[in-house]
Write a protein that binds this ligand. Structure first.
Ligand code: NAD
Length: 476
């Protein structure tokens, strides 16, 4: 690791060439154009075993470095991400589909550096639990060993950093399994990080669901960090049971937002829009169902429609766009079928809802749907795309009951001018995070995790670090 290496920016061509296999591999297509982005390696069970063995071999020396040295490595890793930020953002945009601009590809790469830097700076001192003359008990957090990190396709680089940064900081080594839809982004991120990290501490195995299953069941892996769907989370609980692995599960959500009667529609419309449509709606903690009091229902619908009309959607590499395609055909079909279900039930489409069959790529237009029942599939299921249902309510009781009616509870939000009234409603919502007058604003210093079937365990902050450690009491 030298200063010069951390400062050297990689070009897009060099970065891509360094992660595609010399021969073979699976073609990865740009979801906006259908063009080939590159080929991803298809690793085998033997490759997985080799990666786990190498991670195990490297772990004692990495743990022995201590917190301060590991924090230095993470800071250098942040520098390396920043040095190659443009190449990383371009690859992410081509592979995932998200535009360079807006809260998208450049933003995601910036978040990777920010999370690495912030995670490096935390202090995790042993806690003295008892020290009363009769005895002393201290709580320490030791490394777990090897951490398996299984990720989704929506924020592939950022979520990988959410998993690997605290894992490495705590003295674990890491084997990542990226989504089969976005492996190149994660391979490229690891390539950049491995310029500065010691050999053997960070590995990527690229492949499909069977590689994820193999990692979750592997006897050489001590913990799984998983971000993805609730159905896969349940499968991981089952396949990790025989080895009693520690798990952090960040699963699906269907976040509710409640607009209180005293809210100012014009003032909140832009933030409501981005709360719902960040990453073209393909975000775990995006606003996915919006409950608006009847007194300002039409005003909010109008204000949101006006904001939606100003947001250009298109190919990610065109600098003017801030919304992109769905990442894959399966997700496009889910969004299309849910909007169709809303139309079939007589809901009012305020904007969108009518994809152009002649347009290449998986573009689904920005869609707002009003006058829709709470049990309509567009409300009750996670759409994970650019289609927001807006539901009218007449009493706070009714709004809270509708918000809490589902078996998931990742995030939620309350919007209004009386902060105390908003806080009182927030306290009644079953979700891991409730934002007030914003939605989805995650922060590397603030713990984040789901309620109900949105998962368990916490990420971020010092609490997040603790979840990557083995608690040990020393008592005398
Ligand atoms: P997914 O569950 O289909 O896939 C996620 C990863 O799990 C992929 O790498 C996949 O190959 C792997 N996988 C699939 N089956 C597996 C198995 N049986 N064992 C082990 N690994 C397996 O999720 P997705 O479609 O990529 O992501 C979208 C979902 O993720 C949405 O529901 C979204 O809400 C959720 N998500 C949650 C968060 C959060 O922080 N809570 C963040 C982003 C996305």
């Amino acid at each position: 690791m030298t200063e010069t290496q951390t400062q050297t920016p990689l070009s897009y061509a060099d970065l891509l060439a360094s992660v595609v296999p010399a021969e073979g591999g699976r073609e990865i297509l740009d979801p906006a154009t259908g063009e080939v982005v590159g080929r991803a390696p298809e690793h085998t069970a033997a490759d997985l075993d080799a990666a786990v063995a190498a991670a195990r071999a490297a772990q004692p020396a990495w743990a022995a470095l201590g917190h301060e040295r590991r924090a230095e490595y993470l800071t250098r890793a942040a520098d390396a991400v920043e040095a190659s930020a443009e190449a990383l953002a371009e690859l992410l945009s081509r592979e995932q589909g998200k535009p360079l601009n807006g809260p998208n590809a450049r933003f995601e790469v910036g978040a990777c550096a920010a999370w690495l830097r912030t995670t490096a700076a935390f202090e995790l001192a042993p806690e003295v639990l008892v020290d009363d003359g009769g005895g002393r008990a201290e709580l320490h957090y030791r490394p777990l060993g090897v951490v398996g990190a299984i990720g989704p396709w929506n924020w592939p680089m950022m979520i990988s950093v959410w998993q690997l940064a605290p894992a490495l900081r705590m003295g674990n080594t890491v084997v990542m399994k990226p989504s089969e839809y976005t492996p190149l982004s994660v391979l490229a991120l690891a390539r950049v990080l491995n310029e500065v990290l010691p050999e053997g501490v960070l590995h990527v195995v690229s492949g499909g669901r069977e590689v994820g299953e193999g990692l979750a069941a592997h006897p050489g892996v001590d913990k799984i960090m998983f971000t993805g769907s609730t159905a896969t989370g349940k499968a991981i609980i089952r396949s990790s049971a025989d080895t009693v692995k520690r798990l952090t599960l960040e699963l699906g959500g269907n976040d509710a937002g409640i607009v209180l009667p005293d809210a100012d529609p014009a003032a909140i419309a832009q933030d409501l829009f981005w709360g719902a449509f960040i990453n073209t709606g393909q975000t775990c903690a995006a606003l996915k169902r919006l409950y608006v009091h009847e007194d300002l229902y039409e005003a909010v619908c109008q204000a949101l429609t006006a904001v939606a009309a100003q947001m250009p959607m298109g190919v990610g590499l065109e600098e003017t766009n801030v919304l992109g395609p769905l990442q894959n055909k399966a997700q496009f079909d889910i969004v299309a079928s849910l909007v169709q279900a809303a139309k079939d039930a007589g809901a009012r489409v305020l904007v969108g809802g009518d994809p152009d069959p002649d347009q290449p790529g998986y573009f689904y237009p920005t869609t707002l749907v009003a006058d829709i029942a709470n049990d309509n599939p567009l409300v009750a299921r996670e759409q994970f795309g650019p289609a927001l249902p807006i539901i009218k309510y007449s009493s706070i009781e009714e709004a809270v009951a509708m918000a809490n009616a589902l078996d998931v509870g990742l995030g939620a939000s309350v919007w209004g001018t009386d902060l105390e009234a908003a806080r009182a409603v927030a306290a009644r919502i079953q979700a891991g995070t409730v934002w007030i007058n914003k939605h989805g604003a995650v922060d590397p210093r603030v713990p984040f995790g789901g309620a109900k079937q949105s998962g368990y365990g916490l990420e971020f902050g010092v609490e997040g670090l603790k979840h990557l450690g083995a608690p040990q009491v020393i008592s005398y």
